[in-house]
Design a protein around this ligand. Sequence first.
Ligand code: S3P
Length: 166
Amino acid sequence: MENIILIGFMGAGKTTIGRLLAQKLNTQQHDFDEILVRQIGMSIADYFDAYGSESFCKIETRVLQQSLQLTGIISTGGGIVLKKENRLYLQNRSNVVYLKADLDELVHRVVLDKRNVRPLATSKSPDEIREVYLPRLPLYEESAKFIVDTTKRLPEEIVLEILEKV
Ligand code: S3P
């Protein structure tokens, strides 16, 4: 089976669902944010401060291309769909799953997640997060083969739906 690539906004569950999927399929999970932190040698927040989001997106594109060599489940970062080049790449893959959720729930999850400092969401107001979210919606939709709604659902249910679809 081709890699399963999870896309979606911050807080959509790409890391958590990816981990469960990998366990279920007895394969590896590759988490973009972790790979990026290893490659840039600092936290994502520090990188944004020092070099900005454009530069971050360039590295993310490189990681996406490297992910061709990987087997397993790939949990991307929420900004992966911003570059057209990345969207074209995703459209050519067969198992790209968009984890969708209501904005209110995404905001809630991001606020509760104290482990990840996200430059575009942590310490921002719900309105500011909405401004980041709305223009991205069509980009996630056009990049994915399958859409799975994660709003108010248990991770195990979501994993089962993904496995039925891919
Ligand atoms: C980002 C999402 C983050 C991380 C960075 C930028 C975004 O990943 O890559 O903070 O632009 O949506 P998660 O979606 O895993 O939080």
